[in-house]
Design a protein around this ligand. Structure first.
Ligand code: GLU
Length: 314
């Protein structure tokens, strides 16, 4: 099923936080945008806790995120899913990819990769991603498998459409290379888990932060290899820290103060350039959270949905 077909399926969107810390101003933007898009399309909105990267998960963060969402009036329509409970699905997908020759075991350590790149004269800039040189594509030559990679040879002109960013293009082979789907520490890589879950949960629309946009071709490639439908994508603007970095726990983002949910929601709406209650400013002076959300659905629908927004359903 292509992106065009996915629009025919009933709308199912999701918010998929990694529980590395509480919701902050940046993650509220993704939560609110995905919720508004689902509501404006009269669709379902799911929450999935992406807790595969256990060393980065903070104790209690998932429960806190769910409480924060509830205080913001953003309630999922189905029970929350936890990636840590879905590993059998990821295992099955890896087996399919390997059986079809789309994935392979890789024995290379980070140093092996650096050495192979240096030997091939492919010095890279500090912090730039190392594009895997393909050492184990034809087998590990008796070395033990550490990680599993998906092949991207020949994927040189991946084109896709983002509802906000417009046409996008990536050379998967040159810019990304065969990418890890199961890590050397035995953990499932985000790319595989997100694709398997979006597919099995019937997600038709992905709305998330722009920092994740360049993952989309990898995910669409995996969807194709696994015979899963490709959702529609909308990547939102990001909240930046004062020094221009993406707001994150690492850049010192503060937990959102849910004692004043309207303040947090209004700040997120500003990032999304949504004029909530634009036609009726009096309506947004002292609204309840639910009333504000109703007006936000209307504003979102006018901006991003071709069909009329659904009003009155929270
Ligand atoms: N878990 C990812 C994050 O918190 C988001 C995944 C996604 O929306 O595809 O950054």
């Amino acid at each position: 099923m292509s992106a065009a077909d996915s629009r025919l399926a009933p709308y199912r969107g999701r918010f998929a936080p990694s529980p590395t810390g509480p919701l902050h101003a940046g993650s509220v933007v993704a939560a609110l945008a995905s919720w508004l898009d689902a509501r404006a399309h009269r669709g379902q909105w799911l929450v999935r806790i992406e807790d595969t990267d256990t060393p980065r998960c903070a104790a209690g963060a998932a429960a806190l995120i769910l409480r924060q969402l509830a205080c913001l009036g953003l309630q999922p329509d189905e029970p929350v899913q936890w990636q840590s409970k879905r590993t059998l699905h990821y295992e099955a997908a890896l087996n399919v990819l390997c059986a079809k020759g789309h994935a392979y075991g890789c024995a290379c350590s980070r140093q092996d990769i650096e050495r192979a790149l240096a030997a091939a004269g492919q010095a890279r800039e500090r912090h730039a991603m190392a594009v895997y040189p393909g050492t184990c594509r034809a087998g590990t030559q008796g070395r033990g498998v550490r990680a599993w990679r998906a092949r991207v040879q020949g994927m040189n002109d991946w084109r896709w459409h983002d509802r906000r960013l417009g046409s996008q293009q990536q050379d998967l082979e040159a810019q990304i290379g065969d990418f890890v789907i199961k890590r050397s520490d035995g953990l499932w890589a985000y790319q595989l888990a997100v694709v398997v879950d979006d597919g099995l949960q019937g997600i038709t629309h992905v709305v998330r932060g722009e920092d994740l946009a360049d993952n989309t071709p990898r995910q669409q490639h995996l969807q194709n290899l696994l015979g899963l439908p490709t959702p529609d994508y909308l990547h939102t603007a990001l909240v930046l820290s004062p020094d221009g970095q993406k707001l994150s726990k690492q850049t010192g983002a503060q937990a959102v103060d849910v004692h004043d949910p309207l303040h947090a929601l209004r700040a997120a709406a500003r990032v999304l350039e949504l004029e909530v209650g634009g036609d009726n400013p009096a309506a947004v002076e002292e609204p309840t959270v639910n009333r504000w959300l109703e007006l936000a659905i209307e504003a979102w629908g006018q901006r991003w949905c071709r069909t009329a927004p659904a009003l009155g359903r929270l």
